[in-house]
Design a protein around this ligand. Structure first.
Ligand code: CU
Length: 316
């Protein structure tokens, strides 16, 4: 693998790109992160999903099977086999510290041991990060689940084998579970659908600020959907720089503000997350590196510079 990647304006080392991916997870996570807390009133800070336990969900959601995951200080508790198809995933943090949880799908023909071995290598050497694409795909990542809190999202597990990674505690073991048959066939009540392709967001010009947004990756590589405020004066290069800050939150005079959104998901995955946007002008942005180009030895331009940015309006 090439160890340095030339971008439009220079060269970035791979670890920096991995750091960006991690930063994006933090920046793009709905309902958490320093960036959001800096722009959102305290009353809006907790994700709506935390305030809406399954018992208060509309009746039609009751048909959706629930996969319950508990994160403790000793690791994850999850059933060995869970219902396949469209499920509600509840992750409860019963440990003593905030956690971030990555949910991945193991690629066919690979084993738990390969993932365990990969994790050991990648934890020690960020250069190895992109090797993950050989073994697994990203379904969703939930950041900053506070002790005692439960975060809920929906996804289509289909069938397969799945991996849970505690992104905040690299020393903790991966957890694995399977879905062997399709049980969930009910689609949650969806307020908006964002279809992601290489390299665009297919979405209405106007979207509701509240409710479940469905994100589908119909492309051939990973995508994310960071939501930021819209600023007509910001060039794509400036926007990329905003997402490339390697340490700390962006300055108060940053040209846009990160609001939340969807962390990276792999081709074929589908995730619904609860949104809470006030009326205004926003944009969806994907600054991930072009890993298909990377694999072919070409310049891995960030998707943003391929044009993967989409303005939208949230009305009253
Ligand atoms: Cu993308």
């Amino acid at each position: 693998m090439k160890h340095r990647i030339s971008l439009k304006h220079g060269t970035w080392p791979l670890p920096a790109l991995a750091a960006i991916a991690v930063l994006l997870l933090a920046a793009a996570c709905s309902g958490s992160g320093a960036k959001e807390q800096a722009v959102a009133p305290a009353t809006q800070a907790p994700p709506a999903t935390e305030a809406a336990p399954p018992t208060s969900a509309p009746a039609e959601k009751a048909e959706i099977p629930v996969v319950t995951i508990e994160a403790t200080d000793d690791g994850f508790k999850v059933p060995e086999v869970v219902p396949g198809g469209i499920v509600q995933v509840d992750i409860t943090n019963s440990g003593g510290a905030p956690i971030a949880v990555g949910l991945l799908r193991m690629k066919e023909g690979h084993t738990q041991q390969e993932l365990i071995d990969f994790k050991a290598v990648a934890d020690a050497n960020p250069d190895a990060f992109f090797g993950v694409f050989e073994l697994a795909g990203f379904i969703h990542t939930v950041q900053d689940i506070a002790p005692g809190a439960t975060t809920t999202f929906y996804t289509d597990l289909r069938t397969g084998e799945f991996i849970l990674n505690d992104d905040t505690h690299p020393e903790r073991d991966l957890a694995f579970f399977k879905a062997e048959e399709i049980v969930g066939t009910t689609v949650p009540e969806t307020a908006a659908t964002i279809d992601m392709v290489d390299f665009a967001y297919n979405t209405p010009d106007t979207m509701p600020g509240k409710g479940l947004w469905e994100f589908i990756n119909s492309g051939n590589q990973w995508h994310l959907a960071a939501v930021t405020t819209y600023n007509p004066d910001v060039t794509p290069e400036q926007l990329l720089a905003f997402f490339s800050e390697e340490s700390g939150p962006p300055p108060a005079d940053a040209p846009v503000q990160a609001i939340g959104g969807l962390p990276p998901i792999s081709p074929g995955e589908r995730v619904w997350i609860e949104m809470d946007l006030t009326p205004g002008e926003y944009q969806l942005v994907c600054p991930l590196p072009d890993v298909v180009a990377m694999a072919e030895g070409d310049d891995p331009l960030p998707h943003l510079l391929h044009g993967m940015v989409r303005r939208f309006t949230v009305e009253d």
